[in-house]
Design a protein around this ligand. Structure first.
Ligand code: TRP
Ligand code: ZN
Length: 897
């Protein structure tokens, strides 16, 4: 795992014009010279003047230099006092530095006490201690703890925490922190207190505190060794009826981790607190998870089927972190994928086991292809283990998370389920209670299996999406098929040349009836790839593989299950794609064949538009789609996915430059042509799958709702009055949010005359359910019609909108930039200017979220020159802003490089 990046180079390249930015390098890692043996925190909560009393028991490490000052991180803290072993320090004994504090010449072993004042009320960054609808909560990952007290705020400093919280008893009846409550009682002046102790050593990023007046749902779980764990979910008053699904999900996750990985929960209590203001999805703080309300609250009326699955997945994700993240944590933030890639993989497997493996795999690959491939091909490209960053918050990315999960998945592909499990066992045996690196994980996998992963390690160090080009040749005399395979990886910022990856390619050969034949790989020659079962190991830049005893009519199915995160280039004929779409036993590749059919036809139409020709529709798609629709054996959820045309963001990643107007026109044309050709079938399938009557949420009912929605979405393109009426009826009669929001979206995104009236009625009905209002905002923002830009302008002043709330920002602005390509990429540049104005309004309020928005400009080089100019202007303008946050600076400056 070499580090070849040259500091000098990158430093001079990334020099900010206006401000000093510090670049952090992975290769600069040095252990912290002190052990923090114990942490005592005492909070006296008050909105503008919370006082935090901290006592740290500190010991200099035996191998540390005794000249070394003690350096602590601290941001936005007002230091009130500082003492060592009870003796107040004078000003020559410590020094306040930028974002921290230094204690000069500290003794070998001592207690350091600090008292600081902080202001949760004005903390809009939602990092550190802040208020969300009148209740206190914290967010410390990655570097938020330094906004609470002076501390070595890095994940390899682990300690045991005792936390005392004091607040008004009426206003804040619940006072929560990590671990077990060991003491509580009343105080003078209507106040009360609670003391919490976490027996497990943890880094500061896992610290949490919540205080407020909540409704509480309790339950319990009996572990595999018979211990009772108390389960508690805290939510805003009045939301208790929306917590039951989260509670059931938690129990399922606890059970699943015991059954699949033998991992048991380790404390007597597990708490979840839901907050409305949160930068991300949720946070795995030890024993006290804090969640975005979006991933806790769910009821039939307010949440869609997808929301239900998402809640279950995120509850699972945070729960699984207790072992992969908390018990074994990261040495430094460059290792983030160690916990996130692994935990995403675990939550993906969990969801697959609760739902359907094929469907779940397709959903996960869609995210990789639309978002991760885009990141890999853009200015922010980085390996799953980055080498440098300016702002760590910018590296909670689809690459670290989702590509990271793909890398973990490949271990399971290479080593088998049992082998993967053996590797994990070694990992926990060796590293429980430690802060470790990705390298430690790879070594555990190697040692648990006696398997050489030397080349596989390149997935950690090289950025970019590998391309695998495969050609086949059939030899009729020998009845053999030979595949020649070439791999390459495009250059990414700071990485020109890449060495070959170890790429597992899962393969199948279908006979003319669509059945898989037995694979008989030929004996190894010099350039032959190794084959194990149905996995071909591509390890060199160029390799081939030959299979024996193959009939002439064979159709290859390559990269089944998306066995590696690569772009596959294989020149399928239309006939072969149609065949695979009808027969492939691998759900992923069956879906993929259909997606490739769609893509080819769309890009064919783009070429026609480019040449100024009238659009001619390729009928081959009609029959293929009809057959799929009529296949009664097929799962409705799969059908719905297979009928869905690839999204614009996925299509964009398949070509080097894009005429966005043509792409959207071609895509709409295909949808409408299919709807015209299959109108009666679509109507029939809509009617048989759309269900009125009692609400059920079993797998079959969910699938039916999905398929009905997809059929209706096709039919709406016909712009017929009777279809509008169908959608209106679905909205009016809906007894669940899936049907209601699908219908609302289709109506709002159509040319139906009264659509705004319908939208307004929906808003009036749901205005007090924040999560539903957020859906409404997103639907308004993603209407592809030209008036949307005016509407989202005025929605900024709508009572439902609040710039300080990340969920609202994501629903209105994020949805507009990410899911309304027609309007975001308006030729007049108004979409870009709108986004830039919001980034400028937000960067000082919430740097993390405004940086996320800035990423919408990352692919600007893909567009036509007029749009490139328009987007570049906005980026340049943003960079001129005074006191720009380093979060936004990093994204915008890298985009322009
Ligand atoms: N560790 C969290 C997760 O993936 C991510 C997270 C939650 C986070 N809140 C954050 C990351 C704030 C950075 C900043 O489960
Ligand atoms: Zn996570």
């Amino acid at each position: 795992m070499s580090d070849s990046s040259s500091h000098q180079d990158s430093a001079s390249q990334e020099q900010a014009p206006q401000q000093e930015v510090q670049i952090h390098y992975r290769s600069d890692y040095r252990p912290y010279p002190y052990d923090i043996e114990r942490v005592h925190l005492a909070f006296d909560l008050a909105p503008n003047a919370t006082v935090v009393d901290t006592t740290l028991t500190i010991q200099r490490k035996t191998d540390a230099d005794d000249e070394e000052p003690l350096r602590l991180d601290g941001v936005d803290l007002e230091l009130m006092s500082i003492a060592i072993d009870g003796r107040v320090l004078d000003e020559s004994e410590y020094r306040l530095i930028e974002d921290g504090l230094e204690v000069l010449n500290p003794p070998q072993s001592f207690e350091l006490s600090t008292k600081v004042k902080i202001s949760p009320d004005t903390n809009t960054s939602l990092e550190g201690l802040y208020l969300s609808s009148g209740k206190y909560c914290t967010q410390c990952e990655a570097e938020g703890f330094r906004k609470i007290t002076f501390y070595p705020d890095r994940p390899d400093v682990m300690s045991t925490f005792t936390v005392r919280i004091e607040a008004d008893a009426k206003e804040f009846p619940h006072l929560l922190s990590n671990g077990n409550r060991i003491e509580h009682g009343d105080l003078e002046g209507g106040k009360h207190f609670a003391v919490w102790e976490d027996p497990f050593k943890k880094p500061s990023y896992l610290f949490a505190l919540c205080a407020g007046d909540y409704d509480l749902l309790t339950s319990s779980f009996s572990t595999m060794t018979g211990r009772e764990v108390r389960l508690e979910i805290y939510v805003d008053k009045g939301k208790l009826d929306q917590c039951h699904h989260a509670m059931e999900s938690l129990k399922k996750a606890m059970k699943w981790d015991e059954e699949v990985f033998g991992l048991e929960y380790d404390l007597d209590i597990y708490m979840i607190v839901a907050v409305g203001d949160f930068n991300m999805g949720a946070m795995e703080n030890k024993g006290l998870n804090i969640f975005n309300t979006k991933y806790v609250l769910a009821s039939q009326d307010t949440a869609t089927d997808t929301d239900f699955i998402d809640v279950e997945a995120v509850i699972g994700h945070e729960y699984f972190h207790n072992w992969t993240g908390n018990r074994v944590t990261c040495r430094d933030w460059f290792q983030l994928s160690l916990k996130e890639g692994l935990t995403v993989f675990r939550d993906q497997e969990f969801t697959a086991d609760q739902t359907d493996h094929g469907v779940k795999r397709i959903e996960d690959v869609k995210v990789i292809r639309s978002h991760q491939f885009a990141e890999d091909a853009g200015p922010m490209a980085h390996p799953i283990r980055p080498d440098s960053y300016i702002e760590m918050n910018n590296f909670y990315t689809v690459t670290v998370y989702n590509k990271g999960a793909e890398i973990i998945r490949m271990y399971q592909t290479l080593l088998g389920r049992d082998g993967f499990k053996r590797g994990l066992d070694v990992y926990f045996e060796r590293h429980d209670g430690e802060a470790v690196t990705c390298e430690d994980f790879v070594r555990a996998m190697e040692d648990g299996n006696s398997y050489d992963l030397k080349q596989f390690r390149r997935w950690y160090s090289q950025a970019g999406t590998p391309e695998v080009e495969i050609k086949s040749q059939y030899d009729g005399d020998k009845r053999q098929i030979t595949f020649t395979m070439k791999q390459s990886c495009p250059p990414t910022p700071g990485q020109e040349d890449k060495a070959p990856f170890h790429i597992p390619i899962k393969i199948g050969l279908l006979d003319d009836l669509g059945n898989d034949i037995t694979l008989k790989p030929l004996a190894l020659g010099e350039t032959d790839a190794r084959v194990e079962g149905d996995i071909v190991h591509l390890t060199q830049a160029e390799q081939s593989v030959t299979f024996d005893d193959v009939p002439e009519t064979i159709t290859p199915s390559i990269l089944r299950e998306f066995s590696a995160p690569v772009k596959l280039k294989y020149d399928y004929s239309l006939k072969e794609l149609i065949f695979l779409f009808a027969h492939d036993s691998d759900a992923f590749n069956r879906w993929q064949a259909g997606q490739e059919l769609f893509s080819r036809i769309i890009f064919g139409l783009c070429a026609q538009l480019e040449a100024g020709e009238a659009l001619v529709f390729d009928e081959s798609l009609v029959n293929a789609t009809k057959n799929l629709l009529d296949d009664n054996e097929l799962d409705g959820q799969f059908k719905s996915l297979a009928l869905t045309i690839p999204g614009v963001s996925t299509l964009i990643e398949q070509v080097s430059s894009i005429n966005i107007d043509h792409l959207i026109e071609a895509r709409n044309f295909v949808k409408r042509q299919l709807a015209e050709a299959l109108e009666l079938d679509l109507l029939l399938h809509y009617q048989t799958n759309h269900h009125v009557g009692d609400f059920e949420q079993d797998k079959e009912s969910v699938a039916k709702r999905a398929l009905a929605g997809t059929c209706l979405s096709y039919l709406m393109t016909l712009e017929k009055e009777d279809v509008y009426q169908l959608a209106l009826k679905q909205l009016d009669n809906a007894n669940n949010m899936t049907d209601a929001s699908t219908a609302l979206q289709l109506i709002v995104h159509s040319h139906y005359d009264d659509k705004l009236k319908v939208a307004e009625e929906f808003y009036q009905k749901w205005q007090n359910e924040e999560l539903v209002v957020n859906k409404w905002l997103a639907i308004m923002a993603t209407d592809p019609s030209d008036e949307t830009i005016d509407r989202i302008e005025s929605l900024l002043d709508h009572p439902s909108f609040e710039l300080k709330n990340p969920n609202k920002v994501r629903s209105l602005i994020g949805a507009f930039t990410g899911a309304n390509p027609a309007q975001f990429h308006r030729g007049d540049g108004r979409g870009y200017r709108y986004l830039a104005r919001q980034i400028k309004a937000l960067y000082a309020v919430n740097p993390q979220v405004s940086a996320l928005l800035t990423g919408a400009f990352n692919r600007w080089r893909k567009f036509d020159s007029a749009r490139q100019v328009l987007m570049r202007e906005q980026l340049e303008d943003i960079l001129k802003m005074p006191e720009l946050s380093k979060d936004v600076y990093e994204i915008a400056s890298k985009a322009l490089k």
